[in-house]
Design a protein around this ligand. Structure first.
Ligand SMILES: N[C@@H](CCC(=O)N[C@@H](CS)C(=O)NCC(=O)O)C(=O)O
Length: 209
């Protein structure tokens, strides 16, 4: 088994943190996204979407998105549970996770990718040459501010995003916030709950994975 990774990119970081929380070690192969290694014929053959993370299983099968990779490890190694143990827990965690992806991760991605000069004609990850749309960068910034506000409100009443337990939603939320920093968006001073939680999850050893 091999995890195709890029040490500086937010998406594979989510998988690395998930594995670290489960105390699992998987051999990794670094893919140099800055120099376009994701577009080489070898990598395209592995993942035509030209993105990381990719988990390659021993039989050659490839899993090419964050959540499916995490679910795979959760089923193999259920303890500690990060995606929920009961149908209700799994549904609630899944629901918060999709809100985090929607406003937080995709908002940060739009803000960053539509405004960074080095990403011209690469406004979305993958092989298609999508042009940047400055209005999407602006909208992404607004979505991230909205994301900060609702996560702060949620954390006023909960230790972690889904309640008293650390879950995959906390991993995704922390990585989304750090990614938003690439577009110079940081949680405002007055959002004390968000800042308390972000400091706590960032202090876990897994956050350095
Ligand atoms: N659908 C993928 C998307 C992952 C993704 O967007 N990865 C980015 C790194 S954060 C990537 O590989 N980008 C390649 C590029 O920008 O060309 C998932 O959810 O795992």
């Amino acid at each position: 088994m091999k995890l195709y990774d890029c040490a500086t990119a937010p998406s594979p970081r989510r998988v690395r943190i998930f594995l670290a929380e489960k105390r699992l070690t998987v051999p990794t192969v670094q893919v140099d996204l800055r120099n376009g290694e994701q577009f080489t014929p070898t990598f395209r053959a592995l993942n035509p979407a030209c993105t990381v993370p990719v988990l390659e299983l021993d039989d050659g099968a490839t899993i090419t998105d964050i959540l499916s990779i995490c679910r795979y490890f959760e089923e193999l190694y259920p303890d500690p549970s990060l995606i929920g143990q009961s149908p209700e827990e799994r549904a609630l965690i899944g629901s918060w996770l999709s809100r985090i992806d929607w406003d937080g991760f995709y908002g940060a991605m739009d803000a960053f990718r539509n405004s960074t000069p080095g990403l011209k004609a690469r406004a979305l990850p993958g092989p298609e040459p999508y042009e940047q749309i400055p209005a999407l960068a602006e909208r992404g910034r607004a979505r991230v501010q909205h994301f900060f506000a609702w996560v702060d409100a949620r954390l006023a009443e909960n230790e972690f995003i889904c309640g008293p337990k650390f879950t995959i939603a906390d991993i995704s939320g922390m990585v989304a916030i750090d990614f938003a920093g690439w577009a110079r968006l940081t949680p405002p001073e007055h959002m004390a709950h968000l800042r308390r939680w972000h400091a706590a999850v960032s202090a876990r050893p897994s956050s350095k994975a």
